[in-house]
Each structure stands twice: as C-alpha cells, then as structure tokens.
Write a new protein. Structure first.
Length: 184
C-alpha cells in the first residue's frame, strides 16, 4: 500500500509523546491471505463463463453429469437474462389499475409471477442437471409461456380500448374484499 505526501502519527500507550513522521512517499506492507485458503474456481458451474459452459456441455470427454449440469446452467442463465426484457411490459400491464380502483392487486400479482417464474426456472435447471429432461425444453418452454403472457398483457393494456388484463381478477378481488368487510 503506497502512501504519498502524508503524516503518520504513532500514539502508543507507553509513549510519552506521540511519534510523528512526515513523508512524501511511504510503503505500508499489507499481509495478504495465502492463495491456498481460497476455493478453486468453477464449482457447480457457478463461476464458469458462458463459453466455458458451452464447451463443457459439448465435450465428449467430460462426464455425463458435467455435460448435463453445464447445459442446464447455460440455458438457465440465458432464459433468466432474456426474461428481463419482458419485465417492463409486465410492469406496465400490471402497474396500471382499472378505473376507480385503489387496490394494488397488479403489483402483488407481478411479484408472484416473477418469483414463480424464477422458481420454475430453478426447478427446470435442477431437472436438466440431473439428466431427467433436456434443459432446452425445461427452461425455454416456461420462458415462452412467461414471455407470451407478458406480451399479451401489454397488448391488452396498450391497444385494446378500455382493456384491462386483470380486470376480471380485480372485480373478484373487490367483491371478496367487500364480502369480508361485511362479515367483520
């Protein structure tokens, strides 16, 4: 650690007066941890890059488990990243409440949809990593469904006059709220 143009003050309890050192350049040694104390890179495909995952996924000399987990991790990452492009459509479609409504049902539904989609992807990655299903289908079928729902909801809110993608659900929620209010 290289310091420049400073003053170093050492005020130990056994000193009568503090020691003062003014310097223009001072090298302060910092003990670094041993390299051996760190784990190796690439455990469970968490730190591998996309090209490394592709290489391992198609390597005939790699074990079947390594190939399956690499392919599953590759497709999981791509599906998760591409789903981010549909989140603004989902946010717009569910963030606009129906007229004369004060509920935040759309916000709640969007959180549930995003979390459920992520959990389905994690499950698809686990199944693909075990070799029980092809990771391509396990991850891209849910992506296609999620993207289709987002695009449909956006289309309804943006291009259908008076359209509300969760209008029916909003009416049921409103009636249930009124019923609970009467019972209490």
């Amino acid at each position: 650690f290289r310091l420049s143009n400073g003053t170093l003050i050492n005020n130990a309890p056994d000193f009568v007066t503090p020691r003062v050192l003014t310097f223009t350049s001072h090298d302060l040694p910092i003990p670094l941890p041993k390299y051996e104390s760190f784990r190796t890179r690439g455990g469970l495909n968490l730190e591998r890059t996309l090209p490394e995952l592709v290489r391992i996924g198609h390597d005939a000399h790699a074990s079947e488990q390594d190939r399956d987990t690499s392919r599953a991790a590759f497709h999981f990452r791509l599906a998760e990243v591409l789903s981010m492009f549909f989140l603004p459509l989902l946010a717009l479609a569910l963030g606009v409440p129906p007229k004369r409504s004060t509920s935040a049902l759309g916000v709640f539904l969007s959180v549930v949809m995003v979390v459920a989609y992520h959990k389905v992807n994690e499950y698809g990655q686990a199944l693909g990593g075990l070799g029980k299903i092809d990771p391509f289908f396990a991850l891209w079928v849910p992506f296609t469904i999620f993207a289709g729902i987002c695009v449909w909801m956006f289309y309804v809110i943006a291009f259908v006059p008076g359209g509300q993608p969760i209008g029916a659900l909003e009416r049921v929620f409103s009636k249930a709220t009124k019923l609970i209010g009467r019972l209490l």
